[in-house]
Structures are given as structure tokens and as C-alpha cells.
Design a protein around this ligand. Structure first.
Ligand SMILES: Cc1cc2nc3c(=O)[nH]c(=O)nc-3n(C[C@H](O)[C@H](O)[C@H](O)COP(=O)(O)O)c2cc1C
Length: 216
């Protein structure tokens, strides 16, 4: 099967217009068929030894979201103290989650024991199962954008909050809590770039030919 030029262009459009979304969510629920396509995109990610170590916990109940938001708030306070004084106020001005506004939360996990103790490709670097789960998340992120659905990754929360709130067993690794929903608009640039926190790096400085070269 050959990809047409128009299909190629559509893929790059999705890649470049994907954003981490924390605001501008609208309450319109995500239809089941759309959600199934997004989850199926995750499930078709590459995985080490075809391990498919992921699970997806879907969160729609207000009470559950409130417990997760409380966990975020505590972790955010704790995090603010890690920044230098001049950066702390700026950090605190950012909106870094959309837990209550997004109609759907998805906790993505990794079962590190799935398909037995010896998995092709994981014999030397066992962390490959976690990377596989992140591949699933990226597939979901791009699929969501193609569906005009915003997705935001919330990592400022302790795992035990998600584990207790969602009843995730202790042998299952928590990889991400994602907030998904339709949006009033997609931002053109990452907010952290827009607000001058960090610029996008120059890709030419990141490409090394044949051997690692220290760039000036
Ligand atoms: C592993 C990972 C964790 C992240 N955690 C958070 C988070 O807790 N809160 C947040 O607002 N954004 C989070 N982000 C989003 C990044 O800030 C965002 O991807 C980056 O600023 C670039 O913006 P863009 O995704 O819109 O291109 C996370 C992204 C990744 C890949």
C-alpha cells in the first residue's frame, strides 16, 4: 500500500499541529466510536517483542476527577519549591492540567510482567516495555489530534494517588494520566514557547554525522 502525497501531508499536519492541551476544553462528550479509534491507535503502537504491555483506565466520574485534581494540587505545590525564586512565580502562573475540564481522563499503565519474564528485545534493556507504552501514548496523541480532540499529559502527581483512586494493582506501573476532550481552539505553539519559558531548539545542532560532535 502506497501513501499518497495528500495522506503524507495530512500526517505531517497532524504532527506539527498536535499540542499538549490544558485549557480550551469544551464539555462535549467524546463519542464511543471516536474513543475506540483513539484507543485502537494506541493499541497498534510498536512494542518490544510485541509485548503490548499497556492498559487504559477510562475516567469520567466527577468524584474521581476531583480526587486526582487534589493530588495534582499537592504535587504542584511541592514542585513549585524546586524552582529558583525568579522562576517559581512564573511556574505557578502556568496552567499545567485540565483534569476537571476535560470530559475524559485516561490513565495509561504498563504491565512489566506481561507475556512472561523473557521478552524478545527486553533481555538487555528491560525498560523497553515502558518506552513501548510511551509509543502507544504518542499514537493516541496524534490520533486525538486527527479527531480534533485535545490531549494533555499530567505528570505532576504522585503515582500512589492514581493507584489508590483508580484501584491499580501494585505490580502495574503507572505511565501517564491523560486529559482528553474537544477544544474551542488549538494553540499554534507550545505554551512554554509562547510564554518564553524555553524556545524550540535548533535541529541542526542536534544532528551528528557519523560520530558525536560537540556543537558550539
Ligand atoms: C512525558 C511528558 C510529560 C508531560 N507532563 C506535563 C504536565 O504534567 N503538565 C503539562 O502541562 N504538560 C506536560 N507535558 C507537555 C509538555 O509540556 C509539552 O509537550 C511541551 O511543552 C511541548 O508542547 P506541545 O506538546 O504543545 O508541542 C508533558 C509532556 C510529556 C511528553
Amino acid at each position: 500500500m502506497k501513501i499518497s502525497d495528500a495522506e503524507r501531508d495530512a500526517l505531517y499536519k497532524v504532527i506539527h499541529s498536535r499540542r499538549d492541551v490544558r485549557k480550551d476544553f469544551i464539555p462535549t462528550p467524546i463519542p464511543n466510536a471516536v474513543l475506540e479509534r483513539i484507543l485502537n491507535a494506541g493499541h497498534h503502537a510498536p512494542s518490544v517483542g510485541f509485548m503490548q504491555p499497556w492498559d487504559f483506565v477510562l475516567v469520567t466520574e466527577e468524584q474521581t476527577k476531583l480526587a486526582i485534581k487534589k493530588g495534582y494540587e499537592a504535587a504542584s505545590l511541592e514542585s513549585a519549591d524546586k524552582f529558583s525564586d525568579d522562576k517559581k512565580a512564573e511556574y505557578q502562573s502556568f496552567k499545567l492540567e485540565g483534569i476537571l475540564e476535560a470530559p475524559l481522563g485516561i490513565c495509561v499503565t504498563c504491565d512489566r510482567e506481561r507475556n512472561g519474564p523473557v521478552v524478545i528485545g527486553r533481555t538487555i534493556k528491560p525498560e523497553m516495555d515502558l518506552y513501548s507504552t510511551v509509543c502507544a501514548i504518542q499514537n493516541m496523541w496524534l490520533a486525538a489530534r486527527a479527531e480534533n480532540i485535545g490531549l494533555g499529559w499530567v505528570s505532576i502527581i504522585h503515582d500512589d494517588i492514581l493507584r489508590d483512586t483508580l484501584g491499580i494493582p501494585s505490580n502495574i506501573e503507572i505511565v501517564a494520566y491523560l486529559c482528553l476532550g474537544y477544544v474551542s481552539k488549538f494553540q499554534q505553539k507550545p505554551e512554554l514557547e509562547e510564554f518564553g519559558w524555553l524556545p524550540r531548539g535548533d535541529i541542526t545542532q542536534l544532528i551528528h554525522k557519523e560520530k558525536w560532535s560537540t556543537k558550539t
